[in-house]
Design a protein around this ligand. Structure first.
Ligand SMILES: Nc1ncnc2c1ncn2[C@@H]1O[C@H](COP(=O)(O)OP(=O)(O)OP(=O)(O)O)[C@@H](O)[C@H]1O
Length: 628
């Protein structure tokens, strides 16, 4: 999978990666059409409204200025004709005054319209932005859910996901900016048409004077992006430190180890280095920006001088002078904001790269186009044929040469020391990963030929690092089969099988009691109590194969006995794989696989393995001795 890598770093000191080339920055503009398309999909109706209203709004400035020019010319005309002596109450009878009043009323109307349109447009923009942010967040969640487990264990992907997440919040302003740009463009054209009639070459002067400011903005935007991009891992670490330092889950350990100082210092150090990198750019940007803007101002005043000069020489009227000078001032600000805005849009388009490139990551573990129907019931069972697997980016085989059969209806236990490969085997069995070597067959056909969803529905796994959901107790069990969330009888039955019903019976709110301390009404459970809830999830499924990875590690001896008693009853017609370090659990299995260093060392029943006298017998003796 082509994962983007961040630029080279040395010893925690960060130089921004060289800003992308001008061409690359222009190429990033290709992200705009899909961006606009996704905004359009958010709400076509609002899009049409904002475009139409902005178009109207764009034509107002030039109209207002032109009416202003007419007013001044009319006033000058009245002054010259001595008509001011006319009785103002008799204005109805005077065509000249009537004309002036009309012009004044028109300008007033335009001013009110401009204000109203501006407000409506910004309201629509903020609605559209929020809708866009919501729908993109949903898309992000959905896409993230479709990715492989492998992707989530990849730091590069985490960086990309983080940048994509930040884009969602930041990019909504891009919409306002883009539309504002289009609006400014229309206004500029309307001004330019007006000015062209009077002094076409003045526009050229203005444009040339603005080029340095534009290039400067372009450059510094790209630098900001480079810094932001490069510091993603550090910003993620900042978030992580913040959570570590101030969350219910970590508070216990952080307090008892006195880690607060350490976390705060680490946070401060990191955040300051990001601050320095940003400050350097901000300072240089302000310095150069000031210089470039001055060049633009010089261009503007040069044009102003020329216009004044020509008015004095009678080539322009006073109305023309006010119209031209105001048009010029507006044109200059507009052009400046258009050009810098363009470079900002180009900068933001670079950020869109992050969002879109995240959407382009494709999962590799997929269902086949023509999946084989999942066997109901499983007949032959699962067969591992010389299966080997290496974690992505690791040289070492986590498991290798795995050869065994998990028969239908069999309870298999996996034992072995830490890191022996037990969990990895289970991940392969539930197709969270595909083997790098060998194959896994289900009833004679490779696992990959079955529909992934059917496989996951038929294989229920509870991992040792199961999730403690801060939902109510019923939902905590229902997550095992979320479609059956409303089926209280099923949830209660699952709770009964895993002995979780006793735990829930003691909760003040029963099944409706929220668990965990994250929310105000939550009640926390002990480790073993949480585990009983988690085991109940396995019983929520109609799984033909149940996998429990150290399911009873946190249970007391009596609870463990009970859980397994009920488990045996249930697993009569099902297969099960149980990983455990406790021999009291392991010995209940039909067969036991002893793993060591990623390989299978021995397979047999408890009695067979004990009498064979290998590692199993040794470990069993060791644990038994502990109880004597
Ligand atoms: N996500 C991962 N990425 C890289 N290596 C991993 C990953 N998960 C496990 N490993 C490595 O693979 C090997 C097998 O790990 P596995 O989790 O299967 O062991 P285990 O037998 O379940 O151990 P334990 O009893 O401690 O749970 C170990 O050496 C471990 O370091």
């Amino acid at each position: 999978m082509p994962h983007q890598t961040a630029g080279p770093r040395a010893g925690g000191h960060h130089e921004p990666s060289p800003p992308k080339s001008l061409r690359e920055r222009f190429v990033a503009l290709r992200n705009l059409p899909p961006f606009l398309a996704s905004i359009w999909r958010t709400s076509p109706w609002l899009c049409v409204c904002t475009v139409v209203l902005r178009l109207l709004r764009a034509l107002l400035p030039v109209s207002t200025l032109y009416v202003g020019k007419l007013i001044i010319d009319a006033v000058v005309h009245l002054l010259a004709g001595g008509s001011v002596k006319v009785d103002p109450t008799a204005w109805l009878g005077s065509p000249a005054l009537q004309h002036l009043w009309l012009l004044l009323a028109a300008e007033f109307g335009l001013a009110v319209a401009a204000d109203l349109l501006g407000r409506i447009v910004s309201m629509i923009d903020s609605l559209l932005s929020e809708l866009y942010a919501n729908s993109t967040s949903v898309r992000l969640m959905e896409h993230a859910a479709s990715l492989d487990l492998e992707d989530f264990e990849d730091a590069d992907l985490q960086d990309r996901l983080d940048r994509a997440r930040r884009q969602v919040a930041g990019r909504s302003s891009l919409l306002t900016q883009l539309l504002g740009q289009a609006q400014d463009m229309v206004t500029i054209i309307s001004f330019a048409v007006g000015l062209l009639v009077y002094a076409p070459w003045l526009i050229v002067l203005l444009l040339v004077a603005l080029v340095p400011a534009f290039l400067g903005e372009f450059h510094f935007n790209a630098q900001s992006y480079a810094v932001n991009h490069q510091w993603t891992p550090e910003r993620r670490e900042l978030d992580y430190l913040r959570i570590l330092g101030a969350s219910a889950q970590t508070a216990k350990e952080v307090k008892s180890f006195g880690l607060n100082r350490f976390l705060v210092d680490r946070y401060r150090e990191l955040s300051w280095s990001i601050y320095y990198a940003n400050r350097r750019i901000a300072l240089r940007r302000a310095g150069w920006g000031g210089l470039f803007t001055t060049i633009g101002t010089i261009g503007y005043y040069a044009a102003y001088v020329i216009i004044a000069w020509r008015t004095v020489h009678g080539q322009f009227s006073v109305g023309d002078l006010t119209f031209l000078s105001a048009s010029f001032r507006r044109l200059r600000t507009l052009l400046e904001s258009l050009l810098t805005g363009f470079s900002q849009v180009a900068g933001q388009a670079l950020y869109l790269d992050d969002l879109f490139s995240f959407f382009q990551i494709r999962p590799e573990i997929l269902s086949p186009a023509q999946p084989r129907p999942f066997p109901q019931p499983i007949r032959a069972g699962f067969v591992f044929e010389d299966v080997g697997f290496r974690y992505p980016g690791s040289e070492r085989w986590a498991v290798r040469h795995l050869d065994f059969t998990l028969h239908a209806g069999e309870v298999l236990a996996l034992v072995g020391e830490n890191g022996a490969g037990k969990t990895t085997l289970v991940k392969l069995l539930s197709r969270l990963y595909d083997p790098d070597e060998g194959r896994i067959l289900l009833d004679g056909h490779p696992l990959a030929e079955y529909d992934l969803e059917a496989l996951r529905a038929n294989v229920g796994v509870i991992f040792q690092d199961y999730v403690r959901y801060h939902f109510d107790a019923a939902d905590n069990i229902a997550v095992g089969r979320i479609e059956a969330r409303a089926d209280r009888a099923r949830i209660e039955d699952a709770a009964h099988r895993s002995v979780a019903d006793e735990v829930i019976g003691r909760l003040p709110g029963g099944y409706d009691q929220r668990l965990g301390k994250l929310f105000k009404d939550g009640v926390d459970l002990s480790g073993g109590e949480w585990q009983k809830i988690a085991i109940a999830r396995a019983y929520m499924r109609d799984a033909q194969l149940l996998i429990l990875d150290e399911p009873t590690a946190a249970l007391d001896a009596r609870a463990e006995f009970e859980v397994f008693q009920r488990f045996k009853e249930l697993s009569h017609e099902r297969s099960a794989v149980v990983i455990s370090h406790r021999f009291s659990t392991v010995r209940m299995a039909d067969r036991i696989i002893v793993m060591e260093g990623g390989r299978i060392e021995a397979i047999g029943s408890h009695d067979e393995l004990v009498s064979a006298g290998g590692r199993y017998a040794e470990l069993f003796e060791l644990q038994a001795a502990g109880y004597r």
